[in-house]
Write a protein that binds this ligand. Structure first.
Ligand code: GLY
Ligand code: MN
Ligand code: MN
Length: 490
């Protein structure tokens, strides 16, 4: 027995086995090392059909190629990030990469190489191949398949994605050696950025990021189908939560978070962002994700949660529910105002409308209500002009939705916030009113109440379609739905 992991006299096709640091592995004898190199079946899968995303991704790459002729374009998936010592956070591939490849594999990089004749680009997906059994990597290296699971071979990945594939370990040197104009999507892979240092500029890379963000503004039918799946699963998650509100009362907001997550996981999915499970005054904290508070009868629960499908499209839905099944008079008054604002917002979502229209429509309703309740001096026009309603409305009324919950965030102002709505866009409409627990400008009974209602809206040829319409919104419908789910109907 020996601790030396390198065979004494490697033959021509025998490569040295990697030495694991810090003696974390027990000694490996030469005999075992040799033994592990052979005796494995050929498991290459053949005749694979391309994944559903493949033709859509190909069209997106073709459009990208037309936008940047003659330039090398580098789009990394990103790397694993250390969570603790030698464990990693769950990997989530970069949105730009997913959109252009349909792939989600860590450490991969898409490269569009301009063709020598100046006509378009050749696309190559650089990725880790299967582990080499000849050098022990598959069982002695932490990234070996025996530890992390089987990867697709380069041939398999090429068939699945409809893309040429190559070994990613060859890419940094190839990039360093290359010449000609190049752009990279920054922020995902420091090693690739380092290899391109001196060849790229921040300004030109930002143009690439903007383009890729804007390319996602209008969704194709595959994306709309995935978003509908995400929303449908989210609806089931909300139903699950309503059914266990009594148990949540005995524990905390954590029970609600876990219940929603369980629905996502059992259906093979994940959540697209940290679920906001905000009971009582926590509802006034916009991104309450600590989820460690009490759930009390008589309070409201603001649940903002979205399932993310295996293709990484996410829903983003909010309902504000009476924990005991019935809104109090004041809760209902505030809820109805937010509902009315949302109705006005949704009505303003149609092709050709300015993106800002639905926000303005919702804010007007809320400003009028705040004046009517005597919380701010009117008229509503004055309130809106000075923005005084924002003390209680706090945030914009919605955003694009897709692979990112706040999708298309790098799009230019003129194409997004100052742009017009087009069929195929999907956005949230999510007005809210939030009275902080320590807000001395409102009567005491308002304090600690927060209400948001959020739906996912597809712009259609003649108006819009609410993808989350299966979840009741009107106060009396919410109460009836909760009673039905908890068996207290009538
Ligand atoms: N869930 C975050 C948002 O509604 O924008
Ligand atoms: Mn939300
Ligand atoms: Mn949202």
């Amino acid at each position: 027995m020996t601790d030396e992991l390198t065979p004494e006299t490697p033959g021509e096709d025998e490569q040295p086995i990697k030495q694991r640091k810090n003696g974390l592995y027990p000694g490996v004898s030469d005999e075992l090392a040799k033994n592990m190199q052979s005796g494995w079946a050929d498991t290459e899968l053949r005749d694979l059909e391309p994944v559903e995303q493949a033709p859509y991704a190909a069209r997106r790459r073709a459009a990208l190629s037309r936008r940047f002729p003659g330039e090398r374009l580098v789009i990394p998936a990103g790397n694993l990030k250390t969570r603790s010592n030698d464990t990693e956070y769950d990997f989530r591939a970069a949105t730009e990469f997913v959109h252009l490849t349909g792939d989600q594999t860590d450490d991969s990089v898409l490269v569009l190489e301009p063709r020598a004749d100046g006509e378009g680009h050749d696309a190559t997906l650089y990725r880790l191949p299967r582990s080499d059994r000849g050098n022990g990597e598959f069982w002695l290296d932490g990234m070996g398949e025996l530890w992390v699971g089987r990867r697709n071979s380069l041939t398999e990945a090429a068939a699945l994605l409809g893309l040429a594939c190559a070994d990613v370990r060859e890419l940094p040197d190839a990039l360093r050696a290359a010449s000609g104009p190049v752009r990279v999507v920054r922020g995902h892979d420091a090693g690739i950025e380092e290899a391109l240092a001196g060849q790229v500029t921040a300004e030109r890379d930002e143009e690439l990021r903007e383009y890729l963000s804007e390319a996602r503004l209008v969704k194709d039918e595959f994306e709309i189908g995935e978003l509908q799946k995400a929303v449908d699963s989210t609806v089931r998650g909300f139903e699950d939560v309503v059914k266990v509100l009594d148990k949540a009362e005995a524990t905390s907001e954590r029970y609600i978070e876990g219940t929603f997550f369980l629905r996502a996981r059992v259906e093979g999915n994940d959540v697209g962002y940290g679920s906001i499970c905000a009971a009582g005054p926590h509802a006034t904290t916009l991104h309450w994700v600590r989820n460690n508070g009490q759930v009390r009868s008589g309070d409201l629960l603001l649940l903002d949660a979205g399932v993310e499908t295996t293709s990484l499209y996410t829903a983003d839905v909010t309902r504000t529910l009476p924990i005991n099944g019935t809104y109090s008079d004041l809760q209902r008054k505030i809820y109805d105002a937010v509902y009315e604002a949302q109705e006005a917002g949704i009505a303003a979502v149609k092709p050709g409308a300015a993106f800002r229209d639905f926000h303005d429509a919702a804010q007007r309703v809320l400003a009028e209500k705040l004046v009517e309740w005597g919380l701010v001096e009117g008229p509503a026009d004055r309130v809106l002009e000075l923005g005084l309603q924002r003390r209680w409305t706090l945030h914009g009324t919605g955003h694009m939705l897709g692979l990112d919950v706040h999708d298309c965030a790098a799009a230019r102002t003129e194409t997004y916030v100052d742009g017009a709505l087009e069929p195929g866009m999907v956005l949230t409409v999510e007005p809210g009113l939030y009275f902080q627990a320590d807000d001395l400008t409102v009567p005491a009974e308002y304090r600690g109440i927060g209400v948001r209602i959020e739906d996912d809206i597809l712009v259609t040829e003649d108006g819009n379609r609410n993808l989350s319409a299966a979840l009741p919104r009107r106060a009396d419908e919410v109460e009836a739905w909760m009673a039905e789910l908890t068996g207290q109907r009538g």
